[in-house]
Design a protein around this ligand. Sequence first.
Ligand code: TLP
Length: 347
Amino acid sequence: MKIIDLRSDTVTLPTPAMRKAMYEAELGDDVMGEDPTVNRLEALAAEKVGKEAALYVPSGTMGNLVCILSHCQRGDEVILGDQAHTFIFEVGAASVLGGLQVHTVPNEPNGMLVPQNVIDAIRGENVHFPPTALVCLENTHNKCGGWALTLEQMDSVCLPVKERGIPVHLDGARIFNAAVALEVDVKELTRNVDSVMFCLSKGLCAPVGSMVAGSEEFIRRARKNRKMVGGGMRQAGVLAAAGIVALTEMVDRLVDDHSNARVLADGLEGMEGLRREQHGVRTNMVFFTLVTDRMTPPEFRSALEEEGVKVGYYGKGVFRAVTHHGIEQEDIHLALGAFRRVMQERA
Ligand code: TLP
């Protein structure tokens, strides 16, 4: 039985082209700046997102941390959404390792921050206040259904924040999903942020790694902070080679993941005992809630697993299914059959 693993697009495996590129990669010591493959990946990534420079980091979590550390000093405050990955899923790193205070404002269901709420959260001059040093956005927004924010939506927050002299960081773990869904060049979405982190290891299928990008001066600081948190990786070109394939060959196919997610969402619609979450499907994520008392969430999850389908659990009965490379439309139909059997026979 094929396991249809919809827990996350992080489960994707490197493609044959990636494995070949990894095998053949030219290597050097990247901490000394001498790994030609890492240097090539960094130049390519910077060019793709329209920034002066980029830096290869081991993970999205480290990428966000390195950017936050590079924008802020201990004692500063960072404004971000209360559903932000950085706030919920990054082990409190900004506070623990950066000595920063996080100031959350509520995310709208589509992942947006209400611009006025962000402006109101910026601290004024007062001896009692920590200085506001950074605002973070997320696109696509993971906890808000994988929704893609348009340039206009992002600008409605970015521009007034930047007018006040405060930089904006974008957690763009899945920014290529957003660009593909909105049919815009990714540069459009990154144009007005000061730094962006994006992942090579999710829908783009590289085994490891994320990129951060910004001005040359910012990336110099980020490189030092990456070293500080242990992210200097020596002959990292063996991994970066897969990242180059990710950026050159794996972006356009994300459209298939998005259409598979819609097929899945349509199939789940109206299934007794399940309620699709309202935010709709824009990219590769489908959220739904178990609304029957005949089965607990863990029972539902293991019944699905027995049928060969894995989904992610977000608590309070809410589940997430993520489509990705290796999941074909026929797998979605098989998965829907499994959902139906679990809901009809066991619920
Ligand atoms: N998200 C993972 C889990 O951590 C929840 C997933 O399965 O979706 N920003 C965003 C928006 C993310 O979704 C993730 C990973 C990260 C940052 C962190 O990236 P990694 O896992 O590379 O540290």
